[in-house]
Design a protein around this ligand. Structure first.
Ligand SMILES: Nc1ncnc2c1ncn2[C@@H]1O[C@H](COP(=O)(O)OP(=O)(O)O)[C@@H](O)[C@H]1O
Ligand SMILES: [Mg+2]
Length: 244
């Protein structure tokens, strides 16, 4: 059974049909990378999965549960996923530790001591155990993004959704975030991520999906899809990226 299953998803904004009869199944432990032109619907898809958008049609299931069922509590569903965006959205006045403890304590009502232990463990996991007391602006962009990833991991999500998480970083800082995602994958984390970085897709993806026309136009393992796409649209898109 797939951990995440998207069937017949339709999402429109007024007359703009962004996703149309969109299907995607993600197995537990799989890393699926979404690529496609700006505006092809990568962010919209991730936001639909995280229930940040209402869908016009279709069904999304997480571990067999229909999360698009209107009777579902969206907060309970969101607690099972970690989402990370291009902008780190850390609170500048809070320490790294407090940024990570905030949701577990305030939203999920976890006891402080327990939330602190979990936050310290996750900061160790992302290699920032020595930064617990500093504020975000004392960190590099790559370190801040790793804090944002730690914050998304602290509730032990079943699924991680990552939207252009390296796009705001200087090129020399991309590597540390990529390394973290590779290590999460080797821990068995299921991930769906959107990126413009083909090297990133190549390194971390089990499967790359090229979005076009509201659907997955072509998909395959990175070695095949990125180097030898069969469809004209995919070739045209990838031709913009040199050195693949
Ligand atoms: N909140 C919104 N309101 C209206 N249109 C939107 C909204 N969010 C996204 N769109 C439109 O949906 C399309 C897909 O956008 P997006 O999912 O952000 O694409 P991508 O992430 O692949 O660049 C674009 O045409 C965009 O303008
Ligand atoms: Mg986007």
């Amino acid at each position: 059974m797939s951990l995440l299953s998207i069937t017949g998803l339709r999402k429109t904004f007024g007359p703009n049909v962004v996703l149309d009869a969109f299907d995607l199944d993600v197995a537990a432990g799989e890393c699926v990378v979404l690529i496609g032109a700006s505006g092809s619907g990568k962010s919209t898809l991730l936001r639909c999965v995280n229930l940040l958008e209402t869908v016009d049609d279709g069904v999304i299931t997480l571990a067999g549960q229909d999360i698009t069922d209107p009777r579902v509590n969206p907060d309970q569903v969101r607690a099972r996923m970690g989402m990370v965006f291009q902008a780190y959205n850390l609170f500048p006045h809070l320490s790294v530790l407090d940024n990570i403890m905030l949701a577990p304590v305030r939203v999920h009502g976890r006891p402080r001591a327990e939330a602190k232990a979990a936050a310290l463990a996750i900061l160790e996991r992302v290699g920032l155990a020595d930064k617990t007391r500093v504020r975000p602006d004392e960190l590099s962009g790559g370190q801040q993004q790793r804090v944002a990833i730690a914050r998304a991991l602290v509730n032990s999500p079943e699924l991680m959704l990552l939207d252009e998480v390296t796009s705001a970083l200087d090129p020399e800082l991309v590597g540390e975030v990529l390394d973290l995602l590779v290590s999460l994958k080797s821990d068995g984390m299921t991930m769906v991520l959107a990126t413009h970085e083909m090297a990133f897709a190549k390194e971390v993806a089990d499967r790359v999906c090229f979005l076009h026309g509201g659907q997955i136009h072509e998909e395959g393992p990175p070695a095949t899809l990125l180097s030898a796409p069969t469809k004209e649209r995919t070739r045209a898109f990838l031709s913009r990226f040199v050195g693949l």
